[in-house]
Design a protein around this ligand. Structure first.
Ligand code: URA
Length: 248
């Protein structure tokens, strides 16, 4: 008994030499699914302060059986730093059973305020483009690679795209479109996992899991350079043709 008391006293003395008069205990804190971090927390007599476990995302989102439930599972996402700077999470909008889907890059300032993709100047041009190929905005589904606005409208970073991509893939799995139009180089390369120029991307019709993918200019680029509208017109006619063929 005396030996045990002596050993405990020695151990406590060693701890005191390192940590001072506070008593610490090693515990495991779950920060992310399947990853744990070791943390020393202060022991207040015999009361252990519970660490606050912050959930960065809902790991069950893959089980969502509708767009609505998916949105409610992921709309509080904090998996990247954009979660802290966004005003609204921009999930997507449109027909949940759409055969045609449009994918942009990331929300801008207007979208961040409204929580809806393509509602600013570029969005108005997009609505006109859709009208020109006989689509109403409500008939298609519109989403972005990123669900949160990059501050100052900077380009999405590769890590942000990688983190957000599973949400878009789940949306595509739920909607099951027949054809996707990617708006701009970043959206097309992000979705297709490529590093091509827009000129190269526009030359082909791609296929991801049986869904046809066409790339064209981003509407914001068309606002800056109207000379590209002719090329965009060719691309969206091709998009419409594929849609007509696949839904006939
Ligand atoms: N640009 C995009 O890529 N997406 C939007 O939603 C708005 C502007």
């Amino acid at each position: 008994m005396n030996n045990i008391k002596k050993e405990i006293t020695e151990a406590l003395k060693d701890q005191q030499a390192i940590f001072g008069d506070m008593l610490y205990q090693e515990i495991s804190l779950e920060l992310q699914p399947k990853k744990s971090k070791s943390l020393a927390v202060q022991l207040d007599s015999d009361k252990v302060e519970e660490p606050k476990s912050e959930k960065l995302f809902n790991e069950d989102f893959e089980e969502a059986d509708s767009l609505e439930s998916l949105n409610s599972m992921i709309c509080e996402c904090q998996m990247c730093s954009l979660g802290k700077t966004r005003t609204k999470f921009v999930f997507g909008v449109g027909n949940p059973n759409a055969d045609a889907m449009l994918i942009g890059e990331a929300p801008g300032a207007d979208e961040d305020q409204k929580g809806e993709p393509f509602v600013g100047r570029a969005g108005k041009l997009l609505n006109d483009i859709l009208k020109a190929i006989n689509f109403a905005r409500e008939e298609v589904y519109i989403a972005n690679i990123l669900k949160c606005r990059p501050p100052g409208n900077r380009d999405p970073q590769p890590g942000e795209m990688e983190t957000c991509m599973p949400y878009l893939m789940k949306q595509i799995n739920l909607i099951k479109p027949k054809v996707i139009l990617c708006l701009g180089r970043i959206a097309a390369n992000g979705l297709l996992g490529k590093k091509l120029t827009l000129a190269a991307l526009r030359e082909n019709v791609y296929d991801i899991n049986g869904v046809k993918v066409v790339a064209t200019y981003h509407p914001a680029a068309l606002l800056r350079n109207p000379n590209w509208k002719r090329g965009c017109w060719e691309d969206v006619k091709k998009f419409r043709k594929i849609y007509d063929e696949l839904t006939a």
